[in-house]
Design a protein around this ligand. Structure first.
Ligand code: BG6
Length: 485
């Protein structure tokens, strides 16, 4: 008996994403026996490569442990390589022949196809078109296409790309990856909100004062400055990862856990979110810092030879978003992201309002906070007021702390990509970005991006390893909030 055949084709097999993320993820899933048995991992690129050469590029990222070597060799036996151009049909024809032969080998069972387009935007259209013309299933198996950002550069180019894809594939064939949706704590957001009676009634403007969604990295743009300078932190992180988190924090309860129900609710939040105005944005750019011990700190963003000397590309941004609906009116959503800051941390912080009718000495009660720490060291904790233990009557702020490392010692939290790849195999689009979601997310940020760029707004300088520009804190203070993290 032959098992159903699957091919997982990596376009751009010689690139960074393939070696650092895609192949290692496939290996981990393979190692843990989570993939179908009859599967081929096919690399596709223009270079003259072989499986051993591919292995040389990705092995070190696979973190193969003692005792796993034999299995790793098996994994490599499932790998193959097709060399081909991106803009002519010959390579795609070769790929088709490869898949046809695999079908014959598999007792003529139709092959399910996953195509991962790990490609620069310039070749994206032509590859997807060639794929459609040469490599689709015949209707008796399925084809799914996985794509990575950038999904366009602004609203217009993103819509063009979406229209192009819509001509080739059906929505349920398109898997747009936002890897933040594969993270444990991001997936936990819906459970926290909709699985706890205690939270649901207070999840609104009557009880919540503000929401802070924060992404900090303690390293600079490293070897990616060339790409980064064409994007900037708003496109790189805010438009996708932070916006996705915002929708999960703010959306109404979906009718069911069905992908369309969930994504419908996410779209509604985005539609209700006001277009961001320049007055609600602070942008920054890091400079070198001789006092910081980080090995890259001696290089400011513009010291990188790949960055033009007059670049105004932001490496830090804080934006205040406003959702115009009954649940959220008046509650600021602070979205903050930055590179070369004082720490690596991503979290969602829900700050509740003051207690009404405070009976404690003035200033003693602090606002309760619920924090979901996405990384590192996943945790959910609630900052609450409690009585200071002992003879006294004083109060103090303390934490109900669910740190995953302590509570779930035995559980390995999978990498975001592992989870998402598996979801593609299973055909679940819950954690993938739908076309309209993407469009509305761009709609919110495109005008301010254009204004920043047209006016060449100079980002505020901040030192490598610092908390970022004080102007960010000042903007939050204008709204009445002080965050020290
Ligand atoms: C990527 C951005 O999408 O996310 C990078 O392009 C960023 O600039 C990365 O470093 C962060 O991902 P993670 O999973 O390491 O937090």
């Amino acid at each position: 008996k032959f098992e159903t055949p699957y091919v997982f084709v990596v376009f751009g097999a010689s690139g960074d994403l393939a070696k650092k993320k895609i192949y290692p993820t496939l290996w981990w899933l393979f190692r843990d026996n989570l993939l179908p048995a009859n599967i081929k991992f096919v690399g596709y690129a223009r270079s003259d490569l072989t499986v051993p050469k591919l292995r040389d590029s990705f092995e070190k990222y696979c973190k193969v442990r003692d005792g796993e070597n034999e299995k790793f060799v098996k994994f490599l036996e499932h790998c193959s390589y097709v060399q081909g151009k991106y803009d002519t049909s010959d390579g795609f024809q070769k790929l088709k022949q490869y898949i046809d032969a695999f079908q014959t080998e598999s007792n003529n069972q139709p092959v399910n196809r996953l195509y991962y387009l790990a490609l620069p935007p310039a070749v994206f259209n032509v590859v997807s078109t060639e794929l459609k013309q040469n490599c689709m299933d015949n209707g008796d198996s399925w084809t799914r296409v996985i794509i990575e950002k950038p999904f366009g550069h602004d609203l217009k180019s993103s819509c063009e790309l979406s229209n192009h894809l819509a001509k080739l594939f059906k929505e349920d064939q398109i898997y747009r990856i936002d890897h933040y949706l594969g993270k444990e704590m991001v997936q936990n957001l819906m459970v926290m909100r909709f699985g706890n009676r205690i939270l649901a009634p207070s999840w609104n403007r009557d009880h919540i004062a503000s929401v802070m969604i924060s992404f900090k990295e303690d390293f600079g743009t490293g070897g990616r400055a060339g790409y980064f300078d064409t994007a900037g932190i708003i496109r790189d992180v805010m438009q996708n990862h932070l916006m996705q988190i915002l929708t999960l924090v703010a959306m109404e309860k979906p009718a069911s856990l069905n992908a369309e129900d969930i994504r419908d609710e996410k779209v509604k939040v985005l539609k209700a979110t006001k277009i961001v105005e320049l007055k609600d944005v602070v942008v920054g750019q890091y400079i070198s810092n001789a006092e910081c011990s980080h090995p890259e700190a001696s290089q400011g963003y513009k010291d990188d030879p790949a960055v033009p000397a007059d670049s105004v590309t932001p490496t830090y941004a804080l934006a205040v978003l406003h959702i115009n609906n009954e649940r959220w009116e008046g509650v600021p959503f602070f979205l903050r992201c930055g590179k070369a800051l004082n720490e690596k941390k991503a979290e969602v912080r829900i700050q509740f309002k003051e207690v009404s009718g405070d009976i404690y000495p003035s200033g003693e009660l602090k606002r309760s906070e619920l924090v979901m720490r996405v990384q590192p060291n996943e945790a959910v904790y609630m900052k609450l007021m409690t009585k200071k233990p002992g003879m006294g009557f004083g109060v103090e702020e303390t934490e109900l702390d669910l740190t995953y490392n302590n509570r779930y010692k035995e559980v390995r939290l999978p990498d975001a990509y592992e989870r998402l790849f598996l979801e593609v195999f299973m055909g679940s689009q819950i954690n993938f970005v739908r076309t309209d979601e993407l469009e509305y997310a761009w709609r919110i940020l495109t005008p301010v991006l254009e204004e920043l760029e047209n006016k060449k707004v100079k980002p505020v300088e901040y030192k490598f390893g610092s908390r970022g520009p004080v102007e960010g804190d000042e903007l939050m203070k204008k709204y009445g909030f002080v965050f020290t993290g």
